[in-house]
Design a protein around this ligand. Structure first.
Ligand code: FAD
Length: 392
């Protein structure tokens, strides 16, 4: 039995929990850890300036995001300015308060080439629009506890689940709607696992570590949230392997040939992995979807819903959460694009039809790595957490 006590086949997928845990522990997690550290995968381009289309009077979104020293000086209120000309670090916090919620924009000079400029139909951001985009080094900005909570955070999740009618789906709701719900819920579980795994235990001492109570309360206590995490992991894994030919022929140039060769070799180990292919050859079977009478109409509706969810990421009132929210939604949008925007019956032209942006591939692999890390954390911490809870 797996430590979170779920057994059997992951719902709507093709592999069982135990196989997923074993594959993840021994193959996927170590590979993905190396991959996301590669120079190519660690820089993500994001429009971080919060331009919330839904709640324009929200105070949270009024100020341009100047938490990381990017504002020109004239944008600072007079009272922020000190006579010496140099602003104390504390005064640079124009919004969103806590330092752990801010994005560190330190960047080394990198060049990328050989990638398409295409927009992703599943997301709200225009991926080809480079204005207002900032490159962020993800390694300097780990996804973890930021202190973002309360009505602003709650409103985003509530809007996603309630307004988009994703929760309490009636028994006759289509499989496709359930898939969308499970993808969002699985991503939500993963975010919660990362918060619990790297929690600020003591602010004064800047002490970080796991918070088993939080892990239990937010995720382990709810088997459906654990199930949805595994589902999302397998869904994204399927997208990565389906795009295998494309990914193994892509260019990972960052002008450092040794590192870039290593990146390509890791990508190949992931997409042509013999152990994965024999233990779980089709992690998710996308061919089953959109088969009903109104398949195309349903696809347009769900695409629009996903775009609206993507637009909500601009309303996330914590910069670092916005960064990871955008990355993971773009990663899911890329998985959806790979699985559903390419004709699965036309095997010969599949690679030719698929066009991905560099940023989409970076988001996809980083999302898979986040999910893999969450699955591993549950696997590792569940027994400890359970004992701690039983002892209370
Ligand atoms: P929440 O996690 O806010 O959940 C709200 C409600 O949704 C719950 O009461 C429950 O009814 C339902 N729910 C919870 N989990 C699931 C699930 N898996 N599936 C289905 N329904 C569920 N905080 C950080 O500290 N670091 C981050 O990096 C971070 N990133 C974020 C990214 C986004 C896009 C958003 C919207 C928020 C982010 N947050 C982050 C905030 C964090 O997700 C929580 O909102 C916050 O910690 C408050 O938690 P909560 O206990 O109120 O429950």
């Amino acid at each position: 039995t797996s430590s979170h006590e779920l057994t059997g086949i992951v719902e709507d997928c093709c592999c069982d929990y135990k196989t997923v845990d074993t594959l993840n522990d021994h193959v996927l997690h170590p590979l993905l850890q190396d991959l996301v550290r590669a120079p190519f995968f660690r820089y993500f381009k994001a429009k971080l300036w919060c331009d919330c289309p839904f709640w324009p009077d929200d105070g949270m979104c009024h100020l341009r995001d100047c938490s990381v020293c990017e504002c020109p000086e004239h944008e600072f209120p007079e009272t922020f300015k000190v006579p010496s000309g140099q602003l104390p670090v504390d005064d640079l916090k124009c919004q969103e308060g806590k330092p752990q919620a801010m994005v560190d924009r330190t960047l080394d000079k990198k060049a990328f080439r050989g990638w398409m400029e295409t927009d992703n139909p599943w997301t709200y951001d225009d991926e080809t629009d480079n204005s207002e985009m900032t490159y962020v080094n993800l390694l300097l900005n780990p996804e973890r506890y930021t202190g973002y909570m309360g009505p602003s955070a709650r409103r985003i999740w509530d809007t996603i689940y309630k307004k988009h009618c994703l929760k309490d789906l009636p028994g006759d709701a289509s499989t496709e709607r359930r898939v969308l719900y499970k993808l969002i819920s699985g991503m939500h579980s993963s975010i919660s696992v990362h918060i619990a795994k790297e929690y600020l235990l003591d602010e004064g001492k800047n002490l970080w570590g796991p918070n088993p109570t939080l892990l239990y309360e937010r995720v382990l206590k709810h088997p459906d949230r654990v199930r949805n995490l595994y589902f999302t992991f397998l869904f994204v894994l399927r997208a990565v392997t389906k795009a295998g030919d494309y990914l193994s022929q892509a260019e990972y140039s960052t002008m450092n040939s040794l590192e870039d060769q290593n990146t390509l070799s890791l990508v190949n180990q992931l997409v042509n992995n013999k152990r994965l292919q024999s233990a779980c050859p089709i992690p998710f079977d996308e061919a089953k979807l959109w088969k009903g009478e109104n398949g195309n109409e349903l696809k347009s509706q769900i695409q629009l819903q996903f775009r609206n969810i993507s637009a909500l990421m601009d309303c996330v009132g914590c910069e670092k959460c916005r960064l990871w929210g955008k990355l993971q939604i773009l990663g899911l949008g890329t998985a959806l694009k790979i699985l559903f925007s390419v004709d699965s019956n036309d095997l010969i032209n599949q690679s030719a039809q698929l066009q991905l942006q560099r940023n989409e591939v970076i988001a996809l692999i980083n999302l898979l790595s986040r999910l893999s890390e969450s699955v591993k954390t549950l696997h590792d911490l569940a027994p400890v957490t359970k004992n701690a809870m039983d002892g209370q």
